[in-house]
Design a protein around this ligand. Structure first.
Ligand code: AMP
Length: 489
């Protein structure tokens, strides 16, 4: 196992409240906790990542799917499991006026399996390989790298039990992270067996934990009754010590599961993907069988997001906006530092879920495997290297119009430029030449086109080169070609 890195990242001490947040007492119009407005470069980072990951997935033979943001509650209570954190504590549930119980999707695998079954995708050539991305919602305590609305990119391979699908899924997630600049990665992997060998393992585990019950915290004692496997990923320090000696799943695997697992590892070796077998890795969802894995950061710090800092600071205040501790901001910052630099952060995770279809009353077995990347965490990594989204068009021309006639023509001119693939910036609501020219200057845009009263009557356009300050009057019908030529010079 790699060494834990202990360096911390200083968070800014600047006040982070927005104007809207400051007005809290008069009426709170701020964004909900754990959710954000994503703008400017950050927006492009997300968009670029989604495009790159989609491209990689498409080359590997995946096709896109988009499922609704809202699903029936049963998709998660039956699919993910009633005694999981997601279902017990974290779902945003909605009762519609018609009486339906809907949930804002907390994860993507159960909805994709629901869609596979609903559309009879078993009639298509198997496996069906799907990718998706978008927002997911979990009502958890917001902190560094954990939001209530977060973004995932996921892949699912449905209709195959072959272990090459497990290896490809892990390899693809790993590849997507590498291509985004992340270098310090560890693949943690485990096998939690199938319905024939897991009960024996859970029995052994239960016996073991009963022997240590005095040392278990309340939550873990409860888990002993509902889902003993979950004790293995307990955050409780005392439980973690007990876990170090706990029976290991791989020692309880049946022959078929053993063979499956060793095959996955062989494929990983062949792909030269280093991995660690982590006996305490079980992942929090009930639908997993056999392979489970996570890709974690290996010491690379994650950049503190102002939002995370603000959330923790907010948590240190009482209702009146006062404070609950002597120096709560300093305390909050300490807390953020602890969280933000947590040396091992899961960037991606997934596994096999051969029994999920049965949880949806499917008559047929649909063996499947899938995984998701936590896109927020990738983008916040100090190692992240952004991909340029295809749609970004840096304006090369600033369009200035003067007078009512010119304003009337302006939309027509913008459309002509769009057809000629020339991205522009403009301030259509402004009237003064000096204001518009100053903006063009400020944005460092190389060319300006100007239509005034005279030009709009003559059917011409003034094209000004901002570098040389030279300008020329060109007929409207020719100015797009003229501009393109100038831009190539
Ligand atoms: P999970 O669906 O819980 O297996 O999570 C898959 C990945 O999504 C994790 O490894 C994280 O990178 C990311 N993730 C999960 N929950 C959150 C959250 N609340 N905020 C940000 N990222 C998350």
């Amino acid at each position: 196992m790699p060494q834990k890195k202990t360096t911390t990242k200083k968070v800014s001490k600047k006040p982070l409240e927005t104007g809207v947040a400051k007005k809290k007492k008069e009426g709170n119009f701020a964004h909900p906790r754990g959710m954000r407005d994503i703008t400017n470069d950050t927006f492009y980072h997300y968009q670029g990542f989604f495009e790159k990951a989609s491209e990689i997935a498409v080359y590997y033979g995946f096709r896109p799917i988009e499922t609704p943001i809202l699903e029936r509650e049963e998709v998660f209570t039956s699919g993910v499991g009633e005694h999981t954190d997601i279902v017990e504590k974290e779902m945003y549930s909605i009762k519609t006026k018609g009486g339906d119980a809907l949930v804002m999707r907390p994860e993507g695998t159960a909805p994709v399996m629901r869609a596979y079954l609903e559309h009879g995708m078993h009639t298509q050539p198997q496996p069906v390989m799907l990718y998706y991305y978008g927002p997911f919602f979990r009502h958890d305590r917001p902190q560094g790298g954990r939001y209530r609305q977060f973004y995932q990119f996921g892949i699912e391979v449905l209709g195959t039990s072959h272990n090459i699908a497990d290896a490809m899924t892990i390899g693809l997630m790993h590849r997507m992270l590498l291509e985004s600049g992340l270098k310090h990665l560890s693949v943690l992997i485990n096998s939690i067996g199938c319905k024939s060998c897991r009960p024996g393992y859970v029995r052994d585990l239960t016996t073991y934990y009963r022997r240590h019950i005095q040392k278990l915290g309340l939550i873990d004692r409860e888990r002993l009754k509902t889902n003993p496997l979950r004790i293995l990923d307990s955050k409780d320090e005392a439980t973690r010590e007990i876990n170090a000696e706990a029976p290991e799943a791989v020692a309880h695997l049946c022959e078929a599961c053993k063979e499956h697992f060793s095959g996955v590892l062989e494929y990983l070796d062949a792909m030269q993907i280093p991995y660690h077998i982590d006996h305490t890795l079980v992942r929090g969802l009930d639908y997993y069988t056999r392979t489970v894995f996570e890709i974690v950061t290996d010491g690379a710090p994650v950049n503190a997001q102002p939002e995370a800092v603000a959330e923790v600071k907010e948590a240190g205040k009482n209702e009146e906006g006062g404070t609950t501790e002597e120096n709560p901001v300093a305390k909050a910052e300490e807390k953020v530092e602890e969280k933000v630099v947590a040396p091992r952060l899961a960037l991606a995770g997934g596994g096999r879920y051969d029994d999920l279809a049965k949880r949806f009353n499917s008559k047929r077995d649909v063996p499947a495997v899938g995984a998701t990347i936590g896109v927020d965490r990738v983008i916040e990594s100090s190692e992240f290297s952004p991909h340029s989204p295809r749609i970004i068009k840096k304006p090369k021309v600033y369009f200035i119009q003067l007078g009512a006639e010119a304003k009337l023509k302006s939309l027509e001119v913008i459309e002509m430029l769009r057809k000629a693939h020339i991205p522009i910036a403009h301030a259509l609501s402004k009237d003064k030449l000096s204001v518009q020219l100053a903006t063009a200057e400020k944005l460092s845009i190389p060319f300006v086109i100007i239509i005034g009263q005279k030009e709009s009557v003559d059917g011409t356009v003034i094209v000004r080169d901002m570098g040389s300050r030279s300008q020329e009057t060109v007929p409207t019908s020719k100015f797009a070609d003229y501009l393109k030529k100038k831009m190539r010079e």
